[in-house]
Design a protein around this ligand. Structure first.
Ligand SMILES: O=C(O)C1=C[C@@H](OP(=O)(O)O)[C@@H](O)[C@H](O)C1
Ligand SMILES: C=C(OP(=O)(O)O)C(=O)O
Length: 413
């Protein structure tokens, strides 16, 4: 199924029940892997994600680096390794997929150069591939970095901060996008014995040593979002998601609150989360995705599927992810009778225009979240998802878990 050109997805009963297995968080796993590499010691990371983004980083870090390393399509791998190779003075070429070479990295490279890294762009200035040429460490420890493009640049810098001779004093300029991911980085650094201070727009990381220590990766709240969407779309639903925690490091754990207006009830139990349907109480208001950009596609697809008009903001960073996610959403929601229109700068309104297509064919733009966000709409009408293998980036078992939940997933051309 993973290699099929497309899958036809349907759900004969529209009723969902049972347990769905989530992948572990690739964000937490990739931070733990980088920090483990920085300690130079071996310790166990439990529940390491089977996501390709994590398996790839684990492979790269556990084998001697050759002359060229590919981060493939994994943003965290590209950004975290750039800082890691800079700080450890490794000399090699860092590249990725053609799309990765269109995802900007200039803010991070400029910051690392200021710290004393020698980095050369091999293609377009500001974009991978880059040649990492060593680290002189003669730079300052004071940095001002734009924080409105990607938090991954900040996380990458923070993780190498304790190893720099004078630590790191980081001033964040502009809006702080994806802020929970910065807090996740600091929380994981604290787990490994490194104390930092985040006040206002300033982060201070004194020079320190990481302590080798086991770490357990939590289940992935971003992946849970697709089960929230399925619960909202099903006629009846009672879904159990094991191992999700209320006190999560992940910003996407806002889902229980965010999904109330869509009619999903969340109960936390000792072993995980139970999702059931409840009446849709109120119309969802304008939703700001600045702190949880990976949930935007889930919500846009769901709103089209349950025919709820919604306003979405905080979407700037979506243009530079696995694909231009705004353009991709605008194309695909149309097939479900909706339109996503920018009504004022950075405010997008999803409105309902016409009847959904019979058996819509969803294009996935090499973006795992396009496949996973639209597949739940099969609870309403059968649909076709192209390039189903894209899910391997973060949730390789996605289609198997759908089948367990009563979906029919059949290979087609
Ligand atoms: O640090 C991380 O693990 C991530 C940060 C976010 O990216 P941006 O900071 O680029 O928004 C998020 O979209 C991505 O899936 C994972
Ligand atoms: C944006 C994502 O990943 P990355 O930026 O790490 O490629 C994602 O998983 O939605």
């Amino acid at each position: 199924m993973m290699s099929a050109a497309a899958v036809r997805v349907s759900h004969p009963t529209g009723k969902l029940s049972g347990t769905a297995i989530l992948p572990a968080s690739k964000s937490e796993a990739n931070r733990a892997l980088i920090i483990r590499a920085l300690t130079g010691e071996d310790f166990l990371i439990h529940n390491l994600s089977d996501a390709n983004d994590t398996q790839l980083l684990n492979r790269i870090l556990s084998t001697p680096a050759g002359e060229e390393v590919s981060a493939e399509d994994a943003g965290t791998v590209m950004r975290f390794l750039t800082a890691y190779y800079a700080a450890t003075g490794q000399k090699l070429v860092l590249t990725g997929t053609p799309r990765m070479c269109q995802r900007p990295i200039g803010v991070l490279v400029d910051a690392l150069r200021t710290l004393g890294a020698d980095i050369e762009y091999l293609g377009e200035e500001g974009y991978p591939p880059m040649r990492m040429k060593g680290f002189s460490g003669t730079g300052t420890n004071q940095l001002s970095v734009r924080s409105d493009i990607s938090s991954q640049y900040i996380s990458a810098l923070l993780m190498i901060g304790p190893l720099l001779p004078q630590g790191l004093e980081l001033t964040l300029e502009g809006k702080i996008s994806s802020a929970p991911y910065i807090r996740m980085t600091l929380a994981q650094m604290a787990h490994f014995g490194v104390q930092a201070k985040f006040e206002g727009n300033h982060i201070s990381v004194p020079a320190q040593k990481y302590q080798a220590k086991e770490f357990t990766v939590e289940s992935d709240w971003s992946a849970a979002s697709y089960w929230y969407s399925m619960t909202a779309l099903a006629q009846e639903a009672d879904v159990f998601l094991p191992a999700l925690r209320f006190n999560s490091l992940q910003g996407d754990s806002v889902l229980p609150e965010l999904m109330v207006p869509f009619g999903v009830k969340t109960e936390f139990t000792e072993n995980g989360v139970r999702l059931t349907k409840q009446p849709k109480e109120e119309k969802p208001e304008r939703i700001d995705f600045s702190d949880c950009p990976d949930l935007a596609q889930t919500v846009a697809a769901l709103a089209a599927g349950i025919k709820v008009e919604v306003e979405m903001t905080g979407l700037e960073s979506l243009r530079i992810k696995e694909t231009d996610r705004i353009a991709a959403l605008q194309n695909e929601v149309q097939k479900f009778g909706a339109a996503l229109t920018e009504v004022e700068p950075d405010v997008f309104k999803l409105i309902l225009e016409k009847q959904p297509e019979n058996e819509a064919r969803v294009h996935t733009y090499e973006d795992h979240r396009m496949a996973m966000a639209f597949a739940p709409l099969a609870l309403k009408l059968p649909l076709v998802v192209e390039e189903p293998k894209v899910v391997r980036k973060s949730y390789p078992r996605y289609w198997e878990e759908l089948q367990k939940a009563g979906f029919e997933v059949e290979e087609v051309q």
